[in-house]
Design a protein around this ligand. Sequence first.
Ligand SMILES: C[S@@+](CC[C@H](N)C(=O)[O-])C[C@H]1O[C@@H](n2cnc3c(N)ncnc32)[C@H](O)[C@@H]1O
Length: 210
Amino acid sequence: MSTLVCGDCNEGMARMRSGSVDIIFTDPPYIKNLYAEAYQVLARHAGRLLVPGGYLVSYCPQFHLPVILRILDGSGLAYFWLCAQLNSGAKTIVWSRNAMCGWKPVVIYQKPPVTAPNQIFIDVLRGVRAKAFHPWQQSIHETLHLLSRLAAPGALVLDPYAGTGTNLIAAQLLGMNYHGFEIDPATYRIAQDRLTQRPLDLAVYSEATT
Ligand SMILES: C[S@@+](CC[C@H](N)C(=O)[O-])C[C@H]1O[C@@H](n2cnc3c(N)ncnc32)[C@H](O)[C@@H]1O
C-alpha cells in the first residue's frame, strides 16, 4: 500500500516498523546552517527501517559533502557509491569558492551486507530541468534510473522529504509501493495532486471532442 503523510518525518519514521523499507530515496531540504539536521534524522532512522541489503540514496549539497558523509558514516550503513547528477539549465555560482556548479552529488549507502544490485547502474546522471511545481523540484529521470536498478517492482520506497513527490511518482511508475512524508501543507497538496494524476482517458476524451 502507498501513502503520503503531511507531517514531520522524524516523528513519522519513529512510528514505522523495523526492517519494513527496501530503499530510502530522498532529497533533504537545503537550508543554510540547518542542512545537517535533515541528514542526522536520516542517519537516526535508516539503519533500523531498511531491510538488510537495502539502500539509502540521497541528494547532497556539494559544499557540505564531507560533513554529510561523516553523519551518514555514523548511521550503521556502509558507504556504497557517489553519483553525479549533471545540472541542466542555469548553473549556481558559489562565490566563496568561485565555483560554478555543474553537478550535484547523490550518495548511496547500504545496510550490510554490502552486495551489488542485480542490474548495472550508471553513476553520471542527466535529467532535464523540472521546476514546474516547486523551486526545489528534481527531475524524475535520475530517480527512475537509480530506483529501477537498486530495487524491484513491489519494493517499498520511503521518501522522508517528499517535496512535490517526484521520487514517489517514480516508484509508482516502476510498480513499487511508496511511503512519503512532507511537512509543508501546500507542497504536500501538490505532491498529492501529482500522485493521483491519471493519463488522459483517450476514449472519453475523443467522445467529448467529436
Ligand atoms: C528539497 S525538497 C524535496 C524536493 C523533491 N525532490 C521534489 O522533486 O519535489 C525537501 C522537502 O522536505 C520538506 N521537509 C523539510 N523538513 C521536513 C520534515 N521534518 N519532515 C518532512 N518533510 C520535511 C520540505 O518542505 C521540502 O518540500
